[in-house]
Design a protein around this ligand. Structure first.
Ligand code: AMP
Length: 618
């Protein structure tokens, strides 16, 4: 079994095992390592020399799952069961992606707009975490095949603008793929590391990282001080990239060849053919001033100038984002020391020239823009492995720290591998009317249920003034100070009452124990995910049963005998399923109960409104 030796004091790994760097991209993903001999970062390539793995998953009829180039071939012919851009769904609710629903050719489920999205393929549902884990599994398999050794540890990159939920989702995807994710690194940070920026302790630099990929554009402004990266601002457009260049060229070609817009939209094979030609033209125009091709036995030409005129408005848009990012960081162009180019579309000379002109300096483009993020992830992995002794290594928390929430679930406030000192806070509320105390139990570990983790402390915040359930705002904050001491504070914000406790998380914990806890979390990742989903459904059911019970008690006169009977029946069924049912059974019963109560709940609402109106003199 692989051994994970973590030095608790430094957070570095003590054993020489290959740690890979992974760029988990929206369009393509890839893996890089530090070459054992040259000590330089290199991307892992298959025999065909290809390092990029398209981030596409195809679900076949017979239950087969393929990832990468092979899956990509099904994008047009089987759009419903070929999933692309899963990264765009990470940590998102349907509300978050609704405006772009038409972008996805597969089914994104919106049963409950507040909960996280799921993707439906046939009669199965997949969370974005599961989908990303399938890509990561494929990358792990390839890396093992190329390196001829087991790969269990990785550094994974994410966009700088990813929030905690999206970062956690990426961690979970790694865990589910059997990877110990040592650190989540910002993509622009990785790109800077690949160019060697921030590797010297004394250096202070302000860096702009311009990342234009196939479907997304990001600009990040970073400040590097003594090896510490700070994101000053980010800006961008999550639906702008090289694919849009292709679309402009498709439109241009269609006009040239005499097709109407509706003809190309309705003829899938024509569209896909034009798309291939467009991408070919775009790539060739990165090298040459003119493209010459043949369409329907006729020669045609597209000049670089024509292409540049077409894409000018889009490039201008990215420059405007750069201006916004600078304004947010309160910086002037002259204060940017370095500009780094990331993403395949920065190969377009016009893009490079426009960025260089805007920042008024040459840009870093020596490395392959598709590989630069993965290469930097490998550099970070090497630093974590302790191989790069010159580099400042910050202390980190070796295990996640969190509290117990309803149903015995672990709610992580400070994820493992966070730099210390670290600070985090989250608001919670009460479950019952008039609840005057709240028990806060602090745990350490990577499992989803607190009973599988290690309890560090517990205390009760008492004296909460009587309020209806859900109204008190209890802010729980965690602070790990530079000595590794954890201070947990609970404060009810409406009344101001507060209480705190201090613990030493590492006390009495050996390296072996930390190692075991990490391995357990990987072994049980799938089972934990199911348990969490079940407990969440049970909790939702219990809350719904409580509120429905109160509602029908209070509004007896509003319900017909039939409605009351139906409601009680549905409540009985749900009550039974809470203890014995599966997650899906509970969810179906929740929906049934909601369906039954909706008509009279709406009636009551209408009544309340009309009563209120009557009271008003218009
Ligand atoms: P990425 O998402 O970073 O892998 O970037 C992929 C995008 O880069 C796609 O839109 C590609 O068409 C584009 N791309 C790849 N090679 C070139 C090239 N030589 N010139 C212009 N764009 C390119």
């Amino acid at each position: 079994m692989a051994k994970i030796g973590i030095n608790i004091a430094t957070g570095s790994l003590q054993q020489q095992e290959m740690i890979v760097g992974i760029d988990l991209g929206t369009t393509n993903s890839l893996v890089a390592i530090i070459h054992p001999e040259s000590k330089k970062p290199v991307v892992l390539k298959e025999f065909d020399g290809n390092a990029l793995v398209p981030s596409v998953i195809h679900f076949g009829e017979a239950g087969t799952v393929t990832v990468g180039d092979e899956a990509r071939q099904y994008l047009i012919s089987e759009p419903h069961n070929t999933i692309f851009s899963a990264k765009r769904l990470m940590g998102k609710s349907y509300n978050d992606v609704r405006d772009h629903a038409s972008y996805f050719t597969y089914k994104v489920i919106d049963d409950n707009t507040e909960s996280l999205v799921k993707v439906q393929v046939g009669d199965r549902f997949y969370s974005p975490i599961e989908l990303s884990s399938l890509i990561l599994k494929e990358l792990k398999k390839r890396a093992e095949h190329i390196l001829k050794t087991q790969v269990t540890k990785a550094v994974i990159t994410v966009p700088a603008y990813f929030n905690d939920a999206q970062r956690q989702a990426t961690r979970d995807a790694g865990k589910l793929a059997g990877l110990d994710v040592l650190r989540i690194v910002n993509e622009p940070t990785a790109a800077s590391l690949a160019y060697g920026l921030g590797m010297s302790k004394e250096e202070t630099k302000t860096v702009a990282v311009y990342d234009l990929g196939g479907g997304t554009f990001d600009i990040s402004i970073l400040r590097i001080t003594n090896g510490i990266f700070e994101v000053l601002s980010t800006n961008g457009d999550t639906y702008l990239g090289g694919d849009d260049f292709d679309h402009l060229l498709i439109r241009h070609l269609a006009e040239k060849f005499g097709y109407t817009a509706s003809a190309i939209m309705s003829d899938k094979s024509l569209f896909s053919h034009l798309r291939q030609v467009a991408e070919k033209i775009k790539k060739e125009l990165s090298e040459k001033d003119e493209f010459t091709g043949i369409w329907m036995e006729k020669v045609f030409k597209v000049s670089r100038k024509t292409f540049e005129d077409l894409i000018q408005p889009l490039v201008d848009k990215t420059i405007q984002c750069c201006k916004n990012a600078l304004a947010d960081a309160q910086l002037d162009i002259s204060q940017i020391d370095e500009v780094i180019m990331v993403g395949g579309s920065t190969r377009t000379p016009f893009v490079k020239a426009s960025v260089s002109k805007f920042f008024n300096k040459p840009v870093h483009d020596a490395l392959n823009p598709d590989e630069v993020v993965a290469l930097g992830a490998a550099v970070q992995a090497d630093i974590l492995a302790g191989n790069n002794k010159d580099f400042l290594l910050l202390d980190i928390t070796p295990l996640s720290l969190g509290i117990e929430t309803m149903g015995g679930l672990m709610d992580v406030l400070i994820p493992r591998n966070s730099k210390i000192p670290a600070k985090a806070g989250r608001q919670y509320t009460t479950q019952k009317d008039g609840q005057s105390g709240m028990r806060i139990s602090v745990y350490q570990g990577e499992r989803d249920l607190v009973r599988d983790n290690r309890k560090l402390a517990g205390f009760t915040l008492s004296g909460i003034p009587a309020m209806p359930a859900g109204l008190p705002k209890v802010e729980i904050s965690f602070l790990v100070n530079a000595d590794g001491i954890l201070v947990v504070k609970a404060k009810e914000l409406r009344s101001g009452i507060e209480q705190s406790v201090e613990v030493k998380p590492q006390y009495g914990l050996t390296d072996e124990q930390v190692e075991k806890m990490l391995l357990d979390s990987i072994t049980h990742a799938k089972e934990d995910m199911h348990t969490r989903a079940l407990v969440e459904a049970q909790t939702e059911a219990k809350i719904l049963l409580d509120t429905t019970h109160q509602f029908i008690d209070k509004n007896r006169s509003f319900l017909s005998a039939g409605e009351r009977e139906q409601t009680l029946g549905a409540m009985n069924l749900l009550q039974k399923l809470v203890d014995t049912g599966s997650k899906d059974e509970i969810q179906t019963a929740i929906e049934q109960l909601n369906e039954i109560s909706r008509p009279y709940a709406e009636r009551l609402m209408d009544h309340a409104i009309s009563t209120a109106m009557k009271g008003k003199k218009v």
